[in-house]
Design a protein around this ligand. Structure first.
Ligand code: SF4
Length: 399
């Protein structure tokens, strides 16, 4: 991995709230966007005196970044470019809701330098999209992919959710096949997590919906993992005559890419525990051995940035990173990467200490439970058949 840093920019605006969502995002607050963008630009340019290494990934997440006007995105990117040096091959990702994608908007994003789009597809099944509170149809997702590609945005990722109430294996297979029919380069699959306070958690409490049983959820993941990586096209062709023979690499527990060049550079920065700035309401950053968490209310965020001259004007919390915690994070997050894992050499170069000495007891436990393996380069990896129980491995590195 390079020693470049990454930037996450949080856009906490959504037209409506999806039922399962507990992200830091708000519906009906668009009147705050102009002040929010001004605060973001101020927070970003505040870093000028401290900038060292160049930036190799920028990620607009949310919320829904595609709620912004093009001129807002231009302003934010101008602040980024004015403050940081970008590597020539910088990855700039923009999360979009499929129904926000128009030819003009896509062309404008490409002009600004956005070169990767993450679309929230979630499902191809109309009743499921409705049950999730999504605003779009699968036809809109398919059309969005075409429009983005025509605008030159040819690095596209889709997010899908499994384990949703009412979801059947048949419908999940339909969604996977529909995703594979599209000309996309990356897929992220998320197991539903029911968050307290979400509309979905209330629906479940009231008995309006029930969660699928755990065995079905596991089977959905296994089916997707097998199908996305299957070179033998038979499984796919059973599901759709139109399905292409595209084959994905399973490079991280929840992520698949057509090749190494299309793996998410931004997310790898997190999994390698490398530094990143987090700008915006509720954003998290990790810079100069400090964990920074910003104020999550939009109004308070704007006010704090206005009122403070500090380097991190909107910080609600700044926690110095302890070396041992950082080592634990490197182990836990490194195991998520199914091919890259953690090399002894990288660990030693980073910490000046030997991974096998520091984590002797933990590694012994994991070996005894057959949860890990070492490859010939002395690279520590999660055992291939233990991906579904990876938490049992991660927990070894929690105090
Ligand atoms: S679009 Fe995304 S961030 Fe917005 S409510 Fe839905 S899931 Fe949450």
């Amino acid at each position: 991995m390079s020693d470049s840093v990454s930037i996450y920019i949080h856009i906490p605006f959504c037209r409506t709230r999806c039922f399962y969502c507990d992200f830091n995002t708000f519906a009906g607050r668009e009147r705050l966007i102009p002040d929010y963008v001004t605060a973001l630009c101020s927070e970003i340019t505040r870093q000028k005196p401290y900038v060292g290494t160049s930036v190799h990934s920028v990620y607009f997440g949310g919320g829904t970044p595609s709620r912004l006007d093009v001129s807002d995105v231009q302003r934010i990117m101008a602040a980024v470019k004015d403050t940081f040096g970008l590597t020539p091959d910088v990855e700039i990702t923009f999360e979009m809701n499929p129904c926000d994608v128009t030819a003009d908007y896509a062309a404008a994003l490409a002009d600004i330098g956005i070169n990767r789009v993450s679309l929230g597809m979630q499902s191809a099944v109309p009743e499921e999209l409705k049950r999730m509170g999504r605003r779009h149809t699968h036809e809109q997702t398919a059309a969005a992919v075409e429009v983005l590609r025509s605008a030159g945005l040819k690095n596209i990722s889709l997010d899908l959710i499994y384990g949703y109430p009412g979801q059947t294996m048949e419908n999940w297979q339909r969604s996977i096949a529909a995703a594979m029919e599209l000309d996309i380069q990356h897929i992220s699959l998320y197991a539903l997590s029911v968050e307290e306070g979400s509309a979905l958690s209330r629906q479940l409490e009231m008995g309006k919906l029930t969660l699928p049983d755990e065995d079905l959820t596991v089977a959905m993941y296994e089916y997707a993992a097998h199908t996305l990586t299957s070179k033998a096209e038979t499984v796919q062709q059973e599901l759709s005559q139109n399905t292409t023979s595209k084959c994905f690499e399973h490079y991280e527990i929840s992520n698949w890419a057509v090749d190494e060049a299309h793996e998410s550079r931004h997310n790898k920065q997190y999994w390698f525990v490398l530094p990143y700035y987090g700008f915006g309401a509720g954003a998290h950053g990790w810079i100069d051995a400090q964990r920074i968490r910003n104020e999550s209310s939009i109004e308070k965020y704007i006010q704090k940035v206005k009122d403070s001259n500090n380097r991190f004007p909107a910080a609600a919390e700044i926690i110095p990173q302890e070396k041992h915690i950082e080592m634990q994070d490197v182990m836990m997050l490194g195991l998520r990467m199914l091919h890259e894992g953690i090399t002894e050499e990288r660990f030693r170069n980073r910490f000046g200490e030997d991974m096998k000495t520091i984590f002797r007891r933990e590694l012994r436990h994991l070996e005894r439970k057959n949860l890990i393996r070492w490859d010939p380069d002395n690279r520590l990896l999660l055992a291939p058949d233990k991906v579904m129980v990876a938490n049992q491995a991660f927990i070894e590195f929690v105090d």
